[in-house]
Write a protein that binds this ligand. Structure first.
Ligand SMILES: O=C(O)CCC(=O)C(=O)O
Ligand SMILES: [Fe+2]
Length: 246
Protein backbone atom coordinates (compact mmCIF):
# COMPACT_ATOMS: atom_id res chain seq x y z
CA UNK A 1 0.00 0.00 0.00
CA UNK A 2 2.62 2.53 1.10
CA UNK A 3 5.03 1.25 -1.52
CA UNK A 4 2.41 1.94 -4.19
CA UNK A 5 1.76 5.47 -2.91
CA UNK A 6 5.49 6.27 -2.86
CA UNK A 7 5.83 4.84 -6.35
CA UNK A 8 2.97 7.09 -7.51
CA UNK A 9 4.75 10.04 -5.93
CA UNK A 10 8.05 9.21 -7.63
CA UNK A 11 6.41 8.82 -11.03
CA UNK A 12 4.49 12.06 -10.61
CA UNK A 13 7.61 13.96 -9.53
CA UNK A 14 9.52 12.75 -12.58
CA UNK A 15 6.78 14.16 -14.83
CA UNK A 16 6.50 17.37 -12.80
CA UNK A 17 10.24 17.86 -13.28
CA UNK A 18 9.67 18.25 -17.00
CA UNK A 19 7.02 20.95 -16.64
CA UNK A 20 7.41 24.72 -16.75
CA UNK A 21 6.13 24.91 -13.19
CA UNK A 22 9.57 24.04 -11.81
CA UNK A 23 11.23 27.03 -13.50
CA UNK A 24 8.49 29.36 -12.20
CA UNK A 25 8.83 27.98 -8.66
CA UNK A 26 12.60 28.35 -8.84
CA UNK A 27 12.30 32.04 -9.76
CA UNK A 28 9.70 32.70 -7.07
CA UNK A 29 11.81 30.92 -4.45
CA UNK A 30 14.96 32.87 -5.33
CA UNK A 31 13.12 36.17 -4.97
CA UNK A 32 10.91 35.59 -1.94
CA UNK A 33 12.33 32.57 -0.10
CA UNK A 34 8.91 30.97 -0.69
CA UNK A 35 7.28 29.07 -3.54
CA UNK A 36 3.96 27.29 -3.92
CA UNK A 37 4.73 23.77 -5.13
CA UNK A 38 1.34 22.06 -4.98
CA UNK A 39 2.21 20.42 -8.31
CA UNK A 40 4.83 18.23 -6.57
CA UNK A 41 2.36 15.54 -5.44
CA UNK A 42 -0.76 14.01 -7.00
CA UNK A 43 -4.12 14.09 -5.21
CA UNK A 44 -3.85 10.40 -4.24
CA UNK A 45 -0.57 10.98 -2.36
CA UNK A 46 -1.85 14.18 -0.71
CA UNK A 47 -4.90 12.23 0.47
CA UNK A 48 -2.80 9.37 1.86
CA UNK A 49 -0.51 11.82 3.71
CA UNK A 50 -3.57 13.72 5.00
CA UNK A 51 -5.15 10.49 6.30
CA UNK A 52 -2.03 9.68 8.35
CA UNK A 53 -1.66 13.26 9.59
CA UNK A 54 -5.28 13.44 10.75
CA UNK A 55 -5.28 10.11 12.54
CA UNK A 56 -2.01 11.03 14.30
CA UNK A 57 -3.11 14.51 15.43
CA UNK A 58 -6.44 13.17 16.65
CA UNK A 59 -4.78 10.44 18.73
CA UNK A 60 -1.56 11.95 19.99
CA UNK A 61 -1.06 15.73 19.79
CA UNK A 62 0.45 17.79 22.65
CA UNK A 63 -0.80 21.36 23.28
CA UNK A 64 1.87 24.11 23.44
CA UNK A 65 1.56 27.72 24.57
CA UNK A 66 5.09 29.12 24.51
CA UNK A 67 7.13 32.22 23.83
CA UNK A 68 10.85 32.25 23.07
CA UNK A 69 13.36 34.95 23.90
CA UNK A 70 15.37 33.77 20.86
CA UNK A 71 12.56 35.04 18.61
CA UNK A 72 11.72 38.15 20.62
CA UNK A 73 8.87 36.55 22.58
CA UNK A 74 6.58 35.76 19.65
CA UNK A 75 3.85 33.25 20.56
CA UNK A 76 3.47 29.58 19.57
CA UNK A 77 -0.04 28.38 20.37
CA UNK A 78 -0.68 25.04 18.73
CA UNK A 79 -0.98 21.27 19.03
CA UNK A 80 1.93 19.12 17.76
CA UNK A 81 2.80 15.54 16.99
CA UNK A 82 6.54 14.94 17.22
CA UNK A 83 8.81 13.23 14.71
CA UNK A 84 9.25 10.19 16.95
CA UNK A 85 5.51 9.64 17.29
CA UNK A 86 4.99 10.11 13.56
CA UNK A 87 7.74 7.59 12.75
CA UNK A 88 6.22 5.10 15.17
CA UNK A 89 2.74 5.18 13.64
CA UNK A 90 3.18 6.19 9.98
CA UNK A 91 5.30 4.35 7.45
CA UNK A 92 4.19 6.69 4.68
CA UNK A 93 5.36 10.06 6.04
CA UNK A 94 8.97 8.91 6.64
CA UNK A 95 9.00 7.26 3.20
CA UNK A 96 7.74 10.43 1.49
CA UNK A 97 10.34 12.45 3.42
CA UNK A 98 13.11 10.23 2.06
CA UNK A 99 11.81 10.00 -1.55
CA UNK A 100 14.86 10.63 -3.70
CA UNK A 101 12.72 11.84 -6.58
CA UNK A 102 11.00 14.40 -4.33
CA UNK A 103 14.22 15.60 -2.72
CA UNK A 104 15.88 15.79 -6.13
CA UNK A 105 13.20 18.04 -7.57
CA UNK A 106 13.22 20.19 -4.43
CA UNK A 107 16.95 20.67 -4.99
CA UNK A 108 16.24 21.96 -8.50
CA UNK A 109 13.72 24.45 -7.13
CA UNK A 110 15.95 25.76 -4.34
CA UNK A 111 19.06 25.69 -6.53
CA UNK A 112 21.31 23.60 -4.28
CA UNK A 113 21.45 20.12 -2.70
CA UNK A 114 18.64 19.28 -0.26
CA UNK A 115 19.65 16.86 2.50
CA UNK A 116 17.86 15.00 5.27
CA UNK A 117 17.90 17.02 8.47
CA UNK A 118 20.69 15.64 10.71
CA UNK A 119 18.71 16.63 13.81
CA UNK A 120 15.87 14.11 13.81
CA UNK A 121 13.18 16.10 15.70
CA UNK A 122 13.09 18.62 12.84
CA UNK A 123 12.64 16.08 10.04
CA UNK A 124 8.86 16.12 10.22
CA UNK A 125 6.38 17.59 12.66
CA UNK A 126 2.61 17.86 12.54
CA UNK A 127 1.12 21.15 13.73
CA UNK A 128 -2.54 21.98 14.30
CA UNK A 129 -3.99 25.43 15.07
CA UNK A 130 -7.41 24.80 16.58
CA UNK A 131 -8.49 27.64 18.91
CA UNK A 132 -9.10 31.31 18.15
CA UNK A 133 -5.74 33.07 18.62
CA UNK A 134 -3.66 29.96 17.82
CA UNK A 135 -0.61 30.91 15.76
CA UNK A 136 2.88 29.84 14.84
CA UNK A 137 4.34 33.30 15.54
CA UNK A 138 7.26 35.05 13.80
CA UNK A 139 10.39 32.88 13.79
CA UNK A 140 13.17 31.36 11.75
CA UNK A 141 13.94 27.64 11.67
CA UNK A 142 17.38 26.18 12.43
CA UNK A 143 17.69 24.37 9.07
CA UNK A 144 17.51 25.78 5.57
CA UNK A 145 14.42 24.30 3.95
CA UNK A 146 10.84 23.38 4.82
CA UNK A 147 8.35 21.55 2.63
CA UNK A 148 4.91 22.14 4.16
CA UNK A 149 1.88 19.99 3.29
CA UNK A 150 -1.42 21.75 4.03
CA UNK A 151 -3.99 19.25 5.25
CA UNK A 152 -6.65 21.60 6.62
CA UNK A 153 -6.87 25.41 6.54
CA UNK A 154 -9.60 27.97 7.26
CA UNK A 155 -10.45 30.54 4.57
CA UNK A 156 -8.18 33.64 4.76
CA UNK A 157 -10.80 35.79 6.47
CA UNK A 158 -10.20 33.52 9.49
CA UNK A 159 -6.39 33.77 9.26
CA UNK A 160 -4.06 30.82 8.74
CA UNK A 161 -2.20 32.30 5.76
CA UNK A 162 1.59 32.43 5.66
CA UNK A 163 3.66 35.60 5.93
CA UNK A 164 7.37 35.87 5.31
CA UNK A 165 10.29 38.27 5.05
CA UNK A 166 13.04 36.98 2.78
CA UNK A 167 16.74 37.63 3.19
CA UNK A 168 16.76 38.04 6.99
CA UNK A 169 19.18 36.44 9.44
CA UNK A 170 18.48 34.99 12.87
CA UNK A 171 20.68 36.38 15.63
CA UNK A 172 19.47 34.32 18.59
CA UNK A 173 20.90 36.80 21.10
CA UNK A 174 19.23 39.79 19.37
CA UNK A 175 16.43 38.61 17.05
CA UNK A 176 15.17 42.19 16.32
CA UNK A 177 11.99 40.91 14.68
CA UNK A 178 10.37 44.36 14.54
CA UNK A 179 13.42 45.81 12.78
CA UNK A 180 13.28 43.02 10.20
CA UNK A 181 9.55 43.70 9.64
CA UNK A 182 10.11 47.46 9.31
CA UNK A 183 13.08 47.28 6.98
CA UNK A 184 11.79 44.72 4.45
CA UNK A 185 8.72 43.83 2.40
CA UNK A 186 6.41 41.29 4.08
CA UNK A 187 4.88 38.81 1.64
CA UNK A 188 1.56 37.12 2.47
CA UNK A 189 0.48 33.88 0.81
CA UNK A 190 -2.96 32.31 0.79
CA UNK A 191 -2.77 28.56 1.36
CA UNK A 192 -5.47 25.90 1.44
CA UNK A 193 -5.96 22.18 1.96
CA UNK A 194 -4.00 20.22 -0.66
CA UNK A 195 -1.38 22.92 -1.13
CA UNK A 196 2.35 22.41 -0.72
CA UNK A 197 4.91 25.13 -0.30
CA UNK A 198 8.67 25.29 0.10
CA UNK A 199 10.48 27.94 2.12
CA UNK A 200 14.11 28.89 2.84
CA UNK A 201 13.34 28.87 6.52
CA UNK A 202 16.70 29.81 8.05
CA UNK A 203 16.94 33.17 6.23
CA UNK A 204 13.21 33.86 5.81
CA UNK A 205 11.43 35.23 8.88
CA UNK A 206 7.97 33.66 8.80
CA UNK A 207 4.73 33.13 10.69
CA UNK A 208 1.22 31.77 10.34
CA UNK A 209 -1.36 34.54 10.78
CA UNK A 210 -3.44 33.83 13.94
CA UNK A 211 -6.67 31.97 13.23
CA UNK A 212 -10.04 33.20 14.49
CA UNK A 213 -12.09 30.15 13.46
CA UNK A 214 -11.72 26.72 11.89
CA UNK A 215 -8.78 24.33 12.10
CA UNK A 216 -5.41 24.45 10.34
CA UNK A 217 -3.35 21.24 10.16
CA UNK A 218 -0.01 20.75 8.41
CA UNK A 219 2.96 18.44 8.29
CA UNK A 220 6.24 20.30 7.97
CA UNK A 221 9.19 18.39 6.48
CA UNK A 222 12.51 20.04 7.31
CA UNK A 223 15.66 19.62 5.20
CA UNK A 224 19.24 20.81 5.51
CA UNK A 225 21.61 22.49 3.08
CA UNK A 226 25.25 21.41 2.76
CA UNK A 227 26.46 24.44 4.77
CA UNK A 228 23.99 23.51 7.56
CA UNK A 229 25.83 20.23 8.05
CA UNK A 230 29.08 22.10 8.60
CA UNK A 231 27.58 24.51 11.14
CA UNK A 232 27.41 23.80 14.86
CA UNK A 233 23.74 24.30 15.53
CA UNK A 234 21.97 24.96 18.83
CA UNK A 235 18.33 23.92 19.03
CA UNK A 236 16.83 25.88 21.96
CA UNK A 237 13.50 26.80 20.42
CA UNK A 238 12.98 23.50 18.64
CA UNK A 239 13.96 21.43 21.67
CA UNK A 240 11.37 23.29 23.73
CA UNK A 241 8.76 23.20 20.97
CA UNK A 242 9.01 19.50 20.24
CA UNK A 243 9.54 18.36 23.84
CA UNK A 244 7.39 15.33 24.63
CA UNK A 245 5.59 17.37 27.31
CA UNK A 246 4.35 20.92 26.71
O1 LIG B 1 2.37 26.03 9.43
C1 LIG B 1 3.09 26.56 8.58
O2 LIG B 1 2.68 26.86 7.45
C2 LIG B 1 4.54 26.88 8.94
C3 LIG B 1 5.08 26.04 10.05
C4 LIG B 1 6.45 26.46 10.49
O3 LIG B 1 6.89 27.55 10.24
C5 LIG B 1 7.27 25.53 11.27
O4 LIG B 1 6.81 24.41 11.57
O5 LIG B 1 8.42 25.87 11.60
FE1 LIG C 1 9.02 27.62 10.67
Amino acid sequence: MNARIVQELNQHVRHAGLSGEVAAARREFAERGFAMVSFLAPASVKQAVADDVLSLIEESGVRRDLRFKETGGTPRRMRNVTRSEIAEHSALIPAVYRSEALVGLLAEIVGEPVLACPYEPEQYVITRLEHSGDTHGWHWDDYSFALVWLVQCPPPEHGGFVQCVAGTRWDKSDPAIHRALLDNPIWSFEVGAGDLYVMRTNTTLHRVYPITAGVRTIVNMGYASKPDLETVMSHETMDALWAEQA
